[in-house]
Structures are given as structure tokens and as C-alpha cells.
Design a protein around this ligand. Structure first.
Ligand code: SF4
Length: 586
């Protein structure tokens, strides 16, 4: 029989708001004298887990704030958690196991235990095996007896494994260190030659003597990666190394991380950009479950199989369906832009911003099409979108703005407005096609300033899509979103565009996201911070060919899921495609 667990989301529990412990008042078991639900010392509720079995009714659906989850775990899961955050708290089952000589990728939603798993492996956190005490090494070895994890923890116990860990939030580094990039790296590594070598490989030379407080997010990310690999370690862990990086930097970093795995070195990466993860990882662990409730680490798979399993939403070996639909990439005939009527156009745009100059040749967007916008950081994509949105005026050239436009900027303002006020229109007209799929109904009582980066992003996307418009402009909608949310957001955008017959233009650095969404591509070329040209929109094949030729990579489609994959440099496919000039397979 499936095991039942109870999770209380304490941050949502609001006894005053529900009229005074509504769940306790309506609980049939409490009314019969059993203390199935009780008041905890923090004045929120707690659920008696011993009374959580069959026959006991916990009225989770009566809570107006969705603060209770009662979950039936998969029947096959007859295990103790590796860690549990207190009574009625999140629990993680199993751990990924790093493998020497390989890059192990971890895929899963946010809030599913990836960071907990990483912290346990890095030795930053001691697991409790679901009890209220930290487990000692002997208990851990017993817990993992006969598995690869047992050998891993034995090596840790003998002091044979040193770990280096790049955290997710690199934007916190300037709050902790005020010196230059060089000074930061010298604190970690005394050998100048090593610093020089890593700086060259990661392209840090131009800003080595800049202050950490003055460099961009993409530069900070590469500094954090450099600081991690300059440590002498056997296990390197990278939590979201692609954040803030453009496509060129993503490819550079993925090659760099891949090359770190040696006979006596293991690498573990959490990454939401699937093309990048595919290019870096040899092996994959999927973590599935329910956010903030429980996470289960799946069996180890090859990178290709792991990603295809993730997209399929079904793990055969464990007989677990963790998503109700498959994500498939159609072998479609991409939109040529000629089938539909023109929606709007621009011609001969120029704009100078300080030392940077942007130019855009004539172009147009058709009705019912989605145009992806691709290029390096600092090359004018955002400025171009602002000109289309009317936020910036061009120095010369014209834009036909005789249409209703909705615009989501790159940087979002976390105001004190309530989500329910921001999404009033969306709730009225788009509850089923926007609000529900983006899982925003749980956020309605919160202020925008109380949301996480991913939540704020989803609210801003919903607000932009719900407006009465003919063209929606979205600047980096995948930022801060986990892999599952990126897939959902791309589906929602596609559905809104096709059902309402509107058009969209989307700037993003996640190639898989853009490949799934776009009918055509506007490509930005030039020199970052100096000049940029907007070219196109091109057909997907032509646009991607242009982009990939600047990166010197080729891509093919996976035979099973049809998702795009980067070819290994100098592989047979890579050489063949370069020779034929078909760098991208549509
Ligand atoms: Fe009220 Fe919900 Fe908290 Fe129960 S869980 S006390 S119903 S807010």
C-alpha cells in the first residue's frame, strides 16, 4: 500500500486568515477526540504523522491558503528518507552518487531537494535519515550498504575526498568581497600561472583587475567557476553554472566543465539548460516529486537516456509518471513568415547609447508568429526590444507601432503590489490557459516583493500574456525558471499565440527553449559593448546556421525526442555537417 505523508507549508498557514484553525475545526478525527491536527508552538498547525495513515481524513482541501499537502508516495518507495526537515517538513529520498571520471548532471524542479542533496555530498550539511538527530558515518554506511554511495561515504570518512562547490547565487559574491577579481582568485590559489591559465580558459583577462562589485552577472558567474576550480579538490560541484551567461559563454563553460572530469576527479552539475547539460554530462540523475514536499532521486542513467526520460515524464524502471504529458519537439516545417499577413515592420533603425551603437536593417513580423531573438550579451537585443516597445526612441529609422503591444522587461520590479492585483485581468480572462498552468494561484495573497526570482518571473510573464495586445515582447522569460517551468512557459506562450492569433518576440539564451518556441529568428551580431546589428528575421535553419557558425559548433536532432543536441567537436557528424554547411538540423 502507498505510504501517506503530510506536509505543512508553515509560511502559508495563516490561522487568523482562515477564521481560526479551520482545518482543526472541520477535521472529523479531531472532532472525535483524536489529535490528528494540533496547534504547534509557533501557533501554526502540526499534523500527527502517526495518525496520517488510511482511515484518517486530513481536510487539506479546506485550507484557503493551500498550506497542507497530503501525499501518497509511489508504492515502490519503501524507504527511509535520507533527510527530513522536521515534523511535516520536506523529505529527500536517496542521493545522487558522484562517479569518478564523469560529469554527473542533476535535473529536477526547484524546491525538489537538489540543493539539499548537494550540500550533503559536499559535507556542508549532515543528513538525519528522517529522524530528529544527525546521522553519524557508521549509520550512513549502514544505510547505503552495498551501494556506490557506501564507497563514496567511506572515502569521505577516510578524508580522501575534498570538495569544491560553486553556489547558485553568484550575485551574493559582491556583498562578501569588495576587492578585485585577481585578489579574489589569489586568496584561493597562490600560483600565478594557474590563475593565468584558468583566466584565459574562461575569458577573464579583460576584467581581472576590475572590482568584483563592478562586473556584470555573466562575468561574476565565470569568476565563481574559476574560484571553484582553482581549489584543489576531487569532487567539483556546480549549481547552475549557466545563469547570466549568453550562448557563447554557455558553450565555453560547458566545454570547460566537461574537461574537468578525470580519472580521480568527479564533477556534479545542476543545470536547467538542457542543451548545455546534455553537452556537459556523462550521466544523469532525475529528482522528481512535489516541490516543498518530497524529492526522490532516480536511478542513474546515461545523459542521453536521462534527458529523454525526463522529457517523457515517465521513469520505466521505477514505474513512476512524474508529469502527465510528454514534451516532444516536432520535426516541423518552420514558419517562413510568408504564409501570414504582416503585423508590423521596422526599417533602418539606429540608436547610440554611450559608446554602443545599434543598427537594424528592415524587418517585419507576421501575424501569429513567434520570433526568437538570439545573440551575445551587450549586443543590443534589449535595446532593440525597447525600441519596438516604445520605451526607447531610435535616432533614425521608423517602427510601425500602430498595434497594441505588451512588454515584459528583462529586469523585474519587485513592488509591494499584491499578486492578486497584478493578475486581476489574467484571473478574469485567462485562469485556465495562463494562471493555472503557471501555478500562480498559490501566490495570490503575496506581495511581488515577497516572491522568489522564479515566481516573480512567472507573474510577469502571465501579466504580459494576459494583456489585450497583438504583439507580446518577452525579454529573457526563462531567467530564474527551473527546467520544468521553462517547458511549461514555452507551452503556455505557444498556446496563447496560436489560440488568440497574436504574435510574440522572445529574447533568450536557452537554445532548447528558443528552438521549441520560435518560428523564425532575429540574430544579433557585432562586438559586445561596441556595436551590434539586428539581422533577419531568418528561417530557423538560416538563423541557427548564422549563430552556430560564430560559435563553431554543429547541432543534430535526437532520434527519439527530436530535441536539439550539440555534436561533439570533431565527431563524424560535426565534420559532416560543417562540410555540408548544415550546422543545424531542423
Ligand atoms: Fe488555517 Fe490552513 Fe493554517 Fe489550517 S493550515 S490553520 S486551515 S491556514
Amino acid at each position: 500500500m502507498a505510504k501517506r505523508i503530510a506536509v505543512v507549508h508553515k509560511e502559508r498557514c495563516n490561522p487568523q486568515g482562515c477564521g481560526g484553525y479551520l482545518c482543526i475545526r472541520v477535521s472529523p478525527d479531531n472532532r472525535m477526540g483524536k489529535e490528528a491536527i494540533a496547534i504547534d508552538i509557533d501557533k501554526k498547525i502540526k499534523i500527527n504523522e502517526d495518525l496520517c495513515g488510511p482511515g484518517i481524513v486530513i481536510p487539506a482541501n479546506r485550507c484557503p491558503f493551500h498550506a497542507i499537502d497530503i501525499i501518497n508516495l509511489p508504492e515502490e518507495l519503501d524507504a527511509q528518507p535520507i533527510h527530513k526537515y522536521g515534523l511535516n517538513g520536506f523529505r529527500l529520498y536517496n542521493l545522487p552518487t558522484p562517479v569518478f571520471g564523469s560529469v554527473l548532471g542533476i535535473i529536477g524542479k526547484n524546491g525538489i531537494g537538489k540543493s539539499t542533496a548537494i550540500k550533503i555530498l559536499a559535507g556542508v550539511m549532515k543528513p538525519n535519515l528522517g529522524t530528529d538527530k544527525e546521522a553519524g558515518f557508521e549509520e550512513l554506511l549502514q544505510f547505503y550498504k552495498g551501494t556506490e554511495a557506501q564507497r563514496f561515504f567511506e572515502s569521505i570518512k577516510r578524508g580522501e575526498i575534498k570538495t569544491a562547490y560553486k553556489p547558485q547565487q553568484v550575485d551574493l559574491i559582491p556583498y562578501q568581497f569588495k576587492g578585485t577579481v585577481r585578489e579574489l582568485l589569489e586568496k584561493i590559489q597562490a600560483e600565478q600561472q594557474k590563475i593565468q591559465q584558468i583566466a584565459e580558459e574562461l575569458g577573464l583577462q579583460d576584467f581581472l583587475d576590475s572590482k568584483v562589485t563592478e562586473i556584470s552577472g555573466g562575468e561574476l558567474q565565470r569568476v565563481a567557476i574559476a574560484a571553484t576550480v582553482l581549489k584543489d579538490a576531487d569532487l567539483y560541484i556546480f549549481d547552475e553554472p549557466s545563469s547570466f551567461l549568453d550562448i557563447k559563454q554557455r558553450i565555453l563553460v560547458s566545454r570547460f566543465i566537461k574537461n574537468l572530469a578525470k580519472e580521480k576527479t568527479a564533477v556534479l552539475v545542476i543545470e536547467h539548460d538542457l542543451i548545455l547539460l546534455d553537452a556537459m554530462a556523462d550521466l544523469i540523475n532525475i529528482i522528481y516529486g512535489k516541490e516543498a514536499c518530497y524529492g526522490i532521486v532516480s536511478v542513474l542513467k546515461s545523459a542521453k537516456e536521462g534527458i529523454n526520460t525526463f522529457l517523457s515524464g515517465y521513469i520505466k524502471e521505477e514505474n513512476v509518471r512524474f508529469r502527465d504529458h510528454k514534451i516532444t519537439f516536432e520535426m516541423r516545417q518552420h514558419f517562413s513568415g510568408k504564409q501570414h499577413q504582416k503585423l508590423t515592420e521596422w526599417s533602418g533603425l539606429t540608436k547610440t547609447l554611450g559608446k554602443f551603437r545599434l543598427e537594424a536593417a528592415s524587418g517585419s513580423i507576421s501575424k501569429k508568429e513567434i520570433v526568437g531573438m538570439l545573440g551575445e550579451n551587450g549586443i543590443g537585443k534589449t535595446s532593440f526590444m525597447k525600441i519596438l516597445a516604445g520605451v526607447l526612441q531610435p535616432d533614425s529609422g521608423t517602427v510601425d507601432r500602430n498595434i497594441r503591444i505588451s512588454y515584459k522587461p528583462q529586469y523585474l520590479e519587485a513592488t509591494d503590489a499584491l499578486v492578486s492585483d497584478i493578475l486581476k485581468d489574467a484571473m478574469k480572462r485567462h485562469e485556465h490557459d495562463i494562471v493555472k498552468p503557471l501555478e500562480l494561484e498559490f501566490l495570490m495573497n503575496l506581495k511581488a516583493s515577497e516572491l522568489s526570482g522564479g515566481e516573480l518571473q512567472r507573474v510577469a510573464i502571465a501579466e504580459a500574456l494576459a494583456k489585450d495586445c497583438e504583439l507580446v515582447l518577452l525579454d529573457e522569460p526563462s531567467a530564474y525558471l527551473d527546467i520544468e517551468q521553462r517547458l511549461v512557459v514555452s507551452k503556455v506562450i505557444k498556446n496563447v499565440v496560436s489560440n488568440r492569433g497574436i504574435s510574440a518576440m522572445v529574447i533568450d539564451h536557452d537554445l532548447l527553449f528558443l528552438d521549441y518556441l520560435s518560428d523564425r529568428l532575429l540574430v544579433f551580431e557585432g562586438k559586445p559593448a561596441q556595436h551590434g546589428s539586428a539581422l533577419g528575421p531568418f528561417s530557423m535553419e538560416e538563423g541557427m546556421n548564422r549563430m552556430l557558425s560564430t560559435l563553431n559548433i554543429t547541432m543534430r536532432r535526437d532520434e527519439e525526442s527530436h530535441r536539439p543536441r550539440v555534436n561533439k567537436p570533431e565527431s563524424v557528424k560535426d565534420r559532416e555537417q560543417k562540410k555540408s554547411g548544415k550546422l543545424y538540423y531542423t
